[in-house]
Design a protein. Structure first.
Length: 132
């Protein structure tokens, strides 16, 4: 529920042209740490705490590359967590999400490289003296 509220909050800020501030980041980080302490079952409980706090930072940052890379890392953390607690269904789900996150990151990076390449070709043509 806390993750849903966090996502809705940052979506609201973005849609209304408001800036993400440090206070909202700190508040959500503290909430996830508190929830981790309340639901503590042992050392393996550090993994979801780490994953949620990292993803909160990624959602808070406006650059999409942070979200893509941290999502990939989070899937690895949750696969490990599900393995440690013995959740085979959770592991299968996280493995699928890992491949989706990996595909999304590769697609994003490929698209960025193609866009940058096309932009440099356009600039080269526009700066060519024979073109003018």
């Amino acid at each position: 529920i806390a993750s849903i509220i966090r996502t809705i909050w940052y979506y609201y800020l973005e849609k209304n042209g408001l800036k993400n501030d440090w206070a909202s980041l700190i508040i959500f980080e503290v909430i996830f740490l508190a929830l981790g302490i309340v639901t503590w079952t042992g050392a393996q409980s550090l993994l979801p705490i780490l994953a949620h706090t990292a993803l909160t930072f990624a959602v808070w940052k406006p650059q999409i590359i942070y979200y893509k890379v941290i999502s990939l890392t989070n899937e690895c953390i949750f696969i490990t967590y599900d393995f440690l607690i013995g959740s085979m269904f959770g592991m299968c789900t996280e493995i699928i999400l890992l491949f989706v996150a990996l595909f999304g990151l590769i697609y994003y990076l490929t698209r960025q490289a193609t866009r940058d390449k096309n932009f440099s070709i356009i600039m080269k043509v526009l700066n060519d003296k024979n073109f003018r």
